[in-house]
Design a protein. Sequence first.
Length: 444
Amino acid sequence: MSNVQLLTEKMKATLDYDQLTNCMRCGFCQAACPTFAETGLEAASPRGRLALMKAVVDDLMEPDQSFREQMDLCLGCRACEPVCPADVQYGHLLEQTRDALEEHEEHRWWVKGVRNVMFKRVFPFQSRMKLIGRGLKLYQKSGLRTVVRGSGLMKLFPKNMRDMEKIMPDASGQGVVELFGTFVQALGGPAVARVGMFRGCLMDVLFTETNKKTVQLLAEAGFDVVIPETQNCCGALHAHSGEMAEARTLAKRNIRAFREANVDYIISNAGGCGALLVEYDHLLHDDPEFREDAEWFASRVKDVSLILLEKGRLPGFAANAKDKAGQEQVTITYQDSCHLRNVMRSGNAPRNLMNRVADVRFVELKGADKCCGSAGIYNLVQQDMANDILEHKMEHVKETNAHYLITSNPGCLLQMKVGIEREKLGGKMEAVHIVDFLYDRIKP
């Protein structure tokens, strides 16, 4: 059997055919799809990609290079799902397709090596992520970064990577467990709930300050916060890249860690992570050993914004001295995390919280519900499309005249920082995570 035939058979065995046939070809998804908006091509829309998947499964076409390219071009933002009248689970079908493609992909030796190291040897292990954090911190603080930039060495890298290096936050070799231990007690009275903090892998070394403030904000709002030490990467990057077996392995470890912690809720401060965590039940629905525990886990996952609104003793928030310096009124805007909005369906919670900050004016960003082009590592592997999407996004960002551009996901935050850097808005606007914005504005 040829590789193409093996791939076809894998897709037939993997894809949910009932979901494929649920698509009514109504076209509602097209208006929500960023890649269709950029290209105008039917094949670059969710409806078109579903037709391609079904054509392969029905033996009407081979999964050739053009098929692979369209599957790779999809951001996986899942904006098509909330607008679909037939409730087609496009995201699951895309992951199933990418899993089949990856199993039969013939990567170059160095690509295979990099994928193996990062997906199997680094991301799953928090101790190794911390080593990377320490290395990045040394690069940033020792003067080596200045030397590298001055030498012109960065010109050897693609533009997107050069831009990302410029706005990279300060890395850390110490995460929230090193800072707080594994338990932080609720402040201001009896605990309203016992929550488990999902610290993430990249979040804990590149956004340590945000993780730290997440724990502190939860404690301020009356939650006992548990940080299970044995948790690991959520597996989202693996699932989106066709490494489904590894994603399931990581999911099982996380389920064990939080089940043993006996928590009421599992809290995520990263939309991309939360979207996979809340679908662990789907990820492990065929695993009899973990099916029940996966359902328990998924039913308890909440974004930090939503849990604060639903259960927390919210402190008061108000503009601080930094906001008021040299400006009459502070204006903020918000870029949605696609997965928080489209998968976790919690897009209104951050807006609700931002509107509670006194002396601050919230301006809705036109097209905030459209992807910014980050999408995990999409902005590194699909640079042209990611750049086009970001360029159009920044046109609307500039119209808000906001002082703060707020996000709920680390990938979106970095992408917005890149956009601000490219548009030379650094002296006028700052991109911040909603947790950082809120915690820094708690009324004394």
